[in-house]
Every structure is written in C-alpha cells, then in structure tokens.
Design a protein around this ligand. Structure first.
Ligand code: GLN
Ligand code: ZN
Length: 758
C-alpha cells in the first residue's frame, strides 16, 4: 500500500483570514483570543481539506513564521524582547518589532528568504551565551487538537541542523558550538511527543540539497544519532533540489524514513532507492509544491508503478515540499477561463492528485479511471493549445543571434557620445522611478478597474499625476526625471497584464512573510507583446520637460522570477521570450524620443540556484536575456538598470557583463562599503549608489549625503557617480520625498563646487 501524506499546508487561509486576523489584532481591533480562535478555525478547516491523506501535518501552521516558531519552541528568542510580557507579545516583538501599533518598538528579527523561494523567515540569532529551553506546550496542544478531531497526524519540525544553518551568529562564535545543547532540547521534545502518542515525526533538513562542508555533514550525523534514541520514527525530509553529493550520506543517516523532492530530484530517485537501507520508508515528493500546474498523472504512474512494486509498504507519496508556496484552492477562481483553469492545481487540487495516484497504485487504475481520463484530456489540451504555443514567438526566439545582445560600441565610446548629448553635470541626480502611491491614485485605479471611471477619465487622471510628478521634480531641480509610475500597482503585474501568454488569478495569494501575501501572475503560454505598454505615458511626461525623462521598464529576469512560470519549457526559454517582448518596448520608447531607458532587474539575484556550482549557468542565460532586452538601442541612448540590494561580491562579473550605462543600487545603510567590490573589480560603467534609505520615514540631511558620496568617490571615480535614492518612492509620502530629494540636489551642488574649488 502506498501511503499518502503532506509536508505542510498554506496557513494564510483561502480568503486570507489569517492576514486579516493578524492585522486587526495588531491594530487592537480584536483580542489575542480572537486571533487564536481564527487560527484554530483555520487549522480545523485545513485538516478537513487534507483528511483523505493517511498522515496529516501538525505544527506546520504558524501565526507568522515557522522558523520563528522553532526559535520560540527551543527557547531562543533574542534577549531584547520584554521578559515580563506574555509569549505572544514577545513573539510579535521579534516578528515585527512590536505587537500593537502604538507599542514601543524593539529591533525586529532580521528577515531573509527561505532557500530559493519568495517566502521570508525570521533569522534565528545566536551568540556565545545562547541557551535553549523547551517550550512545547503549543505544539503538543495542536497535536491534541488534531487528535480530538479524529485525525491521524504526523507533527512537522524544522530539523536542528537546518535551524542552526539558517541562523546568524551575532558575535563571531561558531553556530555549531550550540549543537549539543540544541540536541538536548530536541531530545526532550521527542520525549514529550512520544508521551503525546506521536508515532511518526517529519523532521525537515532542507540543507541536504545544498553544498555542505564536512562540519555540517558531521553535525547532521551527530544530530540523528542522538535523536534516533527516541522510539518516535523520524521521516527526514529534504526538498527544493537534488541531494547530489549528499545522497549516500542522507540515505545512511539513522532515521526511519527519507523524503526526497522527486520533482527537482527526479534523476536521482533510482540511486536513492538503491542506497536506502531496506528497513527505511522512502517518501517521494511527486506533486510539485512550488508551482500551479496539474500533474501528468498517467506519466507519473508509469514511473511510479515499478517503484511501488519494489518498495511496497515502504513507499510514501507527498507533494515535493510544503504547499506553503502555492495558493489554497482553485475552486475560488471565477474569472479564469475553462481551458486555463483545467491546467491548474492549487493546494487542495494537488492533494486530490496525490489521492488519485495512491488509489491507482493501491487499487488499480480502474478505480480512478474517470479522474485519469479528465487529467489526460487536460494535459493534452495544454500540450496542443494554440493559446500556449505561438509559432511566431518560437521562430523569433530561434532567430536570436549574438548581435542581439551587443551594443554597437563599447561603454567608453557610448559614454562620450551620451555626455555630449545630455550634457549632464557632475554627480547627476535622479530617482528610481515611482513616486508616492497616494490613496487618490489607488482609488482611481480601482474605480477604473470596476468600470466606474471610463478610459478617458482615467487617462486624464494619470496625466495629471504625471504632470504633478514632473512639476515637483523640476522645482526640486533633479537632472534626470521620471514619470512616476502612477499607473502601476505592481512592477510585474503591470507588464503581465499587457502581454499575451499571461493569466491572473483573483485569489491566488501566497504568503511572502507574516501577513504579507503576493499574487504572482501566471505565465501559461508563449509571451508576446500585442502593443506598446508604456510609450504613451513616457512621451507625455517627456513633452512636459526639457530635461531627459527616463522610460521605465521591468526587466525579463525580474518578470520571470516574480511569476508562476511554465513547467513545459526551460525557464531560460521563457526568459528569452520575455526579453524579446521588452526589447520591442525599449525600441518603441527610443523611437518615440525617450533617450534614457531604465530596465529594472530588482529580482535578478533571487533566481540564483541553491548550489553555487549551478550559478554560472543561470547567470549566463539571465544576463543574456537582459542584454537582448537592453542592447538593441543606438549608442546615444542611455540604458540604466536598477537592483534593490547590494550584495554584488559574488556576481560582480555578471553585473559588469550586463554593460548597462548606469546601474543604481541600494547602499545608503552600508556607508558605501558595499562599493568596495565595484572598486576592486574596476567596474567600468556609471553607478548610482543609493543615498536615501526609502524603507525609513527619515529624511537624510545634505551633510549626510555629501558624506556618503564623498565616501563613494573614494571608491568610484566622481565622473561615474550618480546621486539617487536606494529604490522607488512609492511607499513614501510626498512630505518626506520632497525634502529628501531637495537634500540630494543640494548635496550635488555642494559636491560640484567642492570639486571646482579643488
Ligand atoms: N522602478 C521601480 C520603482 O521605482 C523599481 C522598484 C524596485 O526596484 N523594486 O518603483
Ligand atoms: Zn529597488
């Protein structure tokens, strides 16, 4: 009998109930009891939705983040939280710096990305004095809660070694020095779970798919030798990739079962089967937990059947990873047309697929004949649909040659031509693109969507906003202007909506962090651009000023990384299609008299594979895609790009290869030290290091900016420096933005006169 289970279910709720409950609690509109009731109700609903499975997950639910839950479980919340407050207050202090909006702020825990996903976790903190203590009440209570509802459950825990690996040492102490103590706490936890009647425990060690040095491998061995003393059966769980060089080692760790990601690690399944000792359970993650496409069930059964014959009761089936990364229920969608929705599976549908697979294996295909026919039909319709396949797009991609990615002349020649054309002063000032998204703007976009504003009225409104933005920038005295992006709610969705090959869900929310959700658009088909997307706004803005106005686009790699993408062709192929579509827009802008064009690649870094050995391959096609987008222009057209982070040390060569005339980056908080890498590398083109931290309401002073740019000029020749904020200004208010930008302009004047005096 193949056994079915799930690694984790989305917590946010089909209608984002958790988000709203959290936010209303934080605003003190509701009590902690209300919040806990909503949480309990959600767990109940989610278990009901999973009840056909043999084992249901418990402990995967979280009020904010499961890594923070683990910190609370092992008594490792930072000392700065108020010790005299209740647990929930402490928890939110670490999660977000405060519990209620009026409360005093403490420093929130740092947040970072969970492996290569768009989910963010709260980074555990360690120092030489870190101690652990067990706080298992909540987890045990949830075990009891599920049992009382009659469910057969398997608790989910983040493994001790991955927990350490994800954390940060606040002094320079070695995180692994804490392993012994942490293991002692886990051992006590296992005893409590044993007493609560737990038979199987899922213990997640996703670091097994990363490159581990000997000390981390050793830590894993030590951990599972210690935890193996318990009578609880451990299902050691890896996901998000292949085990590769960790394969033998993972197979041999002393646990009762191993889960592997059979989507990303398909090629290694048979090696795992060969190496796995014959008393161990093998759980195969056969349904993709990271995307929203239906599984080809017949195909999966074809390869699973012989495995099942070989493993028999030792075979378990599950999604590849927690379903945290997909929306809850496709049945909520009303606006997707039938074709497209028949190709999609959200969390609930993925569990249905799992049950169909298990039933077919256990009882024969006949038992699910109808389901298999429906699935086969949908798979065929997707394979053959002319909405998916556009021969013209494929031909165009096939026709890409090296010249597409190359500018006519090298940067020094272009720079001279551009200097003559734009005649910009030393330290030119500019912004990253967006201006404050006021309530009025949001309101107008909404009215337009609802049909309450007609096309003409809406156009009029956006034009007013553009002209307001231009007036402000002129009066502040910036050198290179922007139109302000009032028409965009989101830098990916705005383009997705105008491209063919994209679909949009209404309720396809995925948790990004805490109460924050995103609704990634879905690339289902070959991408093409039926008509220009930004030219009208850009040319209107340019018509209002004699100064250059930048055209503002999102780059292909960022569009790709922030969408659900096709699984029927390589990501690189989809990226090339996007590159051609945005290239057309670049050329239309140039043709329409826009002389400076910015192509944002905010998410370029996010796409880096988990294993560094695979980085180059990604960077090769990602950078090529950017260059195809950017490099069809004439020498006198200036290309800018922007990235919202500052860690360039390990990808500086790729950044230089992009060959943008100007790159703007986030640097204000780092005191310009992050420019060291550009300096050491002798980065050849122009750079705008951010001098205004847009994540904070603080307004930088002229002196601060002068100081920052002076530091920057110690690293980058002044002739190649720009002055700009860290990122777009859409989350700020005009009353902050105006003085901040004015300070930038004054600082540039101070710096220029200093330079002349010198
Ligand atoms: N041009 C965009 C803006 O200013 C860039 C946003 C981003 O980098 N995240 O809003
Ligand atoms: Zn940015």
């Amino acid at each position: 009998m193949a056994i079915t289970h799930n690694l984790g279910f989305p917590r946010i709720g089909k209608n984002r109930e958790l988000k709203f409950a959290l936010e209303s609690f934080w605003r003190q509109h509701t009590t902690s009891e209300d919040l806990q009731n909503t949480a309990q109700q959600l767990r109940k609903t989610h278990w009901q939705l999973q009840q056909q499975l043999d084992w249901l997950p418990v402990g995967d639910f979280s009020l904010y983040d499961h890594v923070l839950d683990t910190s609370a479980l092992v008594g490792n919340l930072p000392n700065r939280v108020s010790q005299d407050q209740d647990e929930l207050t402490q928890y939110f202090q670490v999660a977000r710096g405060q519990t209620h909006s009026h409360c005093q702020q403490t420093a929130a825990g740092e947040m970072t990305k969970w492996f290569d996903t768009n989910y963010h976790y709260i980074v555990p903190e360690f120092d030489a004095n870190t101690t652990f203590s067990l706080h298992a009440d909540k987890l045990i209570a949830q075990v009891e809660e599920a049992k009382a509802l009659g469910h057969n459950i398997k608790p989910v825990l983040l493994g001790p070694v991955t927990y350490l690996w994800l954390g940060k040492s606040k002094d320079s102490s070695n995180k692994l020095d804490h392993l012994d103590n942490l293991l002692a706490t886990y051992e006590r936890l296992l005893i409590s779970l044993e007493q609560a009647g737990v038979e199987w425990l899922q213990i997640d060690e996703p670091i097994l798919v990363t490159e581990l040095d000997a000390s981390w491998q050793h830590a894993l061995k030590q951990a599972y030798l210690a935890l193996n003393k318990s009578s609880i059966k451990l299902l050691l769980t890896s996901y998000f990739g292949e085990l590769k060089e960790n394969l033998h080692f993972a197979c041999e760790l002393p646990v009762a079962g191993l889960h592997i990601d059979a989507i990303n690690g398909f090629e290694e399944i048979s090696r795992v089967i060969d190496w796995l000792p014959s008393h161990k359970v093998l759980s195969l993650g056969v349904i993709n937990g990271r995307n929203i496409w239906i599984n080809d069930l017949n195909k999966t059964l074809d390869w699973l059947t012989p495995i099942q014959q070989r493993l028999q009761d030792r075979l378990w089936l599950a999604p590849s990873c927690s379903l945290l990364h997909v929306p809850v229920d496709l049945d909520s969608e009303q606006n997707l047309d039938h074709d497209i929705s028949s190709w999609l599976a959200f969390a609930v549908q993925k569990l249905d697929e799992l049950n169909i697979l298990a039933t077919a294996l256990n009882q024969g295909k006949d038992a699910v004949a109808e389901e298999l026919i429906i699935n086969e039909f949908a798979i065929k319709s997707r394979q053959q649909s002319n909405r998916v396949h556009n021969p013209l797009v494929k031909t165009r991609v096939g026709g890409i040659n090296d010249s597409f990615a190359l500018r006519n002349s090298s940067y020094p020649q272009r720079a001279a031509i551009q200097q003559q054309r734009f005649n910009l002063p030393l330290y030119p000032t500019t912004t990253i693109g967006s201006f404050p998204q006021t309530d009025e703007i949001r309101q107008a976009r909404k009215q337009y969507r609802l049909g309450k504003l007609d096309e003409g009225q809406y156009q009029q409104f956006i034009k007013q906003e553009i002209s307001h933005a231009i007036e402000q920038q002129e009066s502040i005295g910036l050198d290179v202007l922007v139109h302000g992006e009032a028409e965009r709610n989101d830098m990916v969705e705005y383009f997705g909506e105008q491209l063919d090959g994209y679909a949009f869900s209404q309720f396809g929310w995925v948790q990004s962090y805490g109460s924050r959700c995103v609704k990634p658009p879905i690339i289902f088909g070959d991408i093409s651009r039926p008509q220009a997307m930004t030219v009208e706004w850009a040319t209107y803005a340019q018509s209002l000023s004699d100064k250059p106005v930048k055209g503002m686009l999102t780059g292909p790699v960022t569009i790709l990384n922030w969408s659900f993408v096709r699984d029927d062709q390589p990501r690189s192929e989809t990226c090339l299609q996007l590159a051609l579509a945005i290239r057309d827009e670049v050329l239309d802008l140039e043709q329409a008299g826009i002389n400076i064009i910015q192509i944002d690649e905010a998410a370029l870094r996010e796409g880096l594979p988990l294993r560094q050995s695979q980085w180059q391959q990604y960077l090769d096609w990602a950078i090529k895609s950017f260059k195809i987008t950017a490099n069809g222009v004439k020498d006198q057209t200036q290309i800018h790009t922007h990235m919202c982070y500052s860690e360039f040390n390990d990808i500086i060569q790729a950044i230089a290869d992009m060959d943008a005339d100007v790159i703007t980056i986030e640097t204000s908080r780092s005191d310009m030290e992050l420019l060291d890498v550009f300096n050491e590398f002798n980065y050849p083109n122009e750079i705008g290091p951010g001098v205004y931290d847009i994540h904070s309401p603080n307004i930088p002073s002229v002196d601060e900016i002068v100081d920052l740019i002076t530091k920057a000029a110690q690293r980058i020749p002044a002739e190649r420096l720009w002055i700009n904020p860290d990122c777009g200004l859409k989350t700020r208010r005009w009353q902050e933005v105006k003085p901040a930008l004015a300070a930038m302009v004054s600082a540039s004047e101070v710096l220029r006169s200093k330079r002349e005096a010198a």
